[in-house]
Design a protein around this ligand. Structure first.
Ligand code: ADP
Ligand code: MG
Length: 238
């Protein structure tokens, strides 16, 4: 079953065409990594999937339901973006539970979910702190916890680790991989870090100037690039 399907999506900002007929189907449980140079349209595509930006043309299906014209809240997704802020006045516990509260999940179930997610991400000792009392890495974990608590059909990560230092990035990468393996989640993940792409991805999608150039396993994209651009971008052997 496909968890996410993008059909002929086009996006114009005024007269600038940013996405050109992008089509992509992602299986349930798949970890898809989206790479490409800065400005090629990765975030625009993520925002379109999330419903933060309306598409100019084409359609988006999540869990086999068309969601093209639904609001972000009506889509079965959770996002972790680089700049996706926590609610500063709420504790970590409240931040994680917030999405569940919105969906009217009963209190006991909410509390159990928060405990489970906190344990998974090793943030239990932080539950009663405010975001201002956390380090950057801890905040990113909480943002991830908030996403996981919702148990959506699809997770969207847009360069979630790029603000972290190198050591933490490696730690979080391992953590994300573990989460994916434990929970069997479907993930679309944007990165400009080739190592991240090669180690996390089931499949890699390479984008350039609003187009998908190649979609394949890390091995295919690295060893059998479709053109010079993909080869040099992936650092393929020549
Ligand atoms: P990436 O995430 O791959 O770096 P983006 O999707 O952010 O690229 O941007 C793709 C292109 O779309 C860029 O040229 C950018 O300037 C343009 N763009 C992005 N958002 C907007 C917007 N809200 N209005 C106008 N142009 C935009
Ligand atoms: Mg971006």
């Amino acid at each position: 079953m496909s968890a996410l399907e993008i059909r002929n999506v086009r996006k114009d900002f005024g007269r600038t065409r940013v996405l050109r007929e992008v089509s992509l189907s992602i299986d349930s449980g798949e970890f898809l990594i989206l790479v490409g140079p800065s400005g090629c349209g990765k975030s625009t595509l993520m925002n379109a999937i999330a419903g933060l930006e309306p598409v100019t043309d084409g359609s988006i299906l999540i869990g086999n339901e068309e969601v093209t014209w639904r609001t972000p809240a009506e889509r079965d997704i959770a996002m972790v973006f680089q700049s996706y802020a926590l609610y500063p006045s709420m504790t970590v516990r409240q931040n994680i539970a917030f999405g569940l509260e919105m969906r009217k999940v009963p209190k006991a179930e909410r509390e159990a979910t928060v405990e489970r997610v906190a344990k998974l991400l090793q943030i239990t000792p932080l539950l009663d702190r405010k975001p201002s009392q956390l380090s950057g890495g801890q905040r990113q974990r909480v943002a991830m916890g908030r996403a996981i608590a919702r148990q959506p059909t699809v997770y969207l990560f847009d360069e979630p680790l790029s603000n972290l230092d190198a050591k933490l990035r490696v730690e979080m990468r391992t953590e994300i991989k573990k989460l994916h393996q434990t929970l069997g989640t479907t993930i679309v993940y944007v990165t400009h870090d080739q190592i991240e792409a090669m180690t996390l991805a089931d499949r890699i999608a390479v984008m350039r100037e609003g187009r998908l150039l190649q979609l394949g396993t890390p091995d295919e994209v690295y060893n059998d690039p479709v053109d010079m651009f993909v080869a040099s971008f992936m650092g393929s052997p020549s």
